[in-house]
Design a protein around this ligand. Structure first.
Ligand code: OGA
Ligand code: MN
Length: 211
């Protein structure tokens, strides 16, 4: 039998997973979901990220915005490359999955999200990202943060957790296990990336409202 599905439809997380994400964001502003990507997609994206790193095509990320953007590797130690449509089949599959999540978030939460921006990120061993929020002081367009991890065989002792600091509650650590999705409201959630003992790869992105 030939498959007539587009890759996007074939990859789609079920409505059930979208509903769980919407309910959790509505209820407490964050969620983690395992197996958000099919294994072959996570593998393909991990290979692309590793190849970019090897080729020296990931650049040290900047902190802040506008004229105040600066390199502060002690504050933020990841190397990144922005994702654009048409760069590779795997990246296009990723963007299609995130587009379906955008539509589900809009349907369920009326957030009026109309764009998605994202980059590969690789933290070398020991690199971290100190406690911060994702929304800029002078630009509130980043509304929902979404990170998908690309790390095969990640164990808790490798470190590298995303540590959430939900207001008034105890911290919550999310280990960067391959195919796992972390989502939270960009304006509200204080969070940090803890150092790891091995390379830590992800696709990190933000659903935005047009500002
Ligand atoms: C970020 C960030 C979290 C993570 O890039 O702003 O907080 O788990 N990333 O990689
Ligand atoms: Mn962040």
């Amino acid at each position: 039998m030939t498959r007539s599905h587009s890759p996007a439809l074939f990859d789609a997380p079920g409505d059930e997973q979208h509903r769980r994400i919407v309910d959790a964001i509505n209820d407490h502003g964050w969620t983690e979901q395992d197996n958000f990507f099919p294994p072959d997609l996570t593998l393909a994206l991990a290979l692309e990220c590793a190849e970019l790193a090897t080729a020296g095509m990931l650049t040290l990320a900047l902190v802040g915005q506008g004229a105040a953007r600066s390199l502060q590797p002690d504050v933020r130690g990841d190397r990144i490359q922005w994702v654009e449509a048409g760069q590779s089949e795997a990246r296009d599959r990723y963007l299609a999955i995130m587009e379906m999540l955008r539509i589900a978030l809009n349907r369920g939460l009326f957030l009026g999200l109309d764009e998605y921006e994202s980059h590969f990120a690789c933290y070398a061993p020991g690199a971290s990202y100190q406690r911060h929020r994702d929304q800029f002081l002078d630009d509130d367009s980043r509304t929902v943060s979404a990170i998908v991890y690309l790390n095969a065989d990640w164990l808790p002792e490798h470190g590298g957790a995303l540590r959430l600091h939900p207001e008034g509650l105890s911290t919550r650590d999310i280990s960067p296990v391959g195919s796992r999705l972390a989502v939270f409201l960009s304006a509200d959630m204080l969070h940090e990336v803890l150092p790891a003992t091995r390379d830590r790869m992800s696709l990190t992105g933000w659903f935005r409202r047009r500002s």
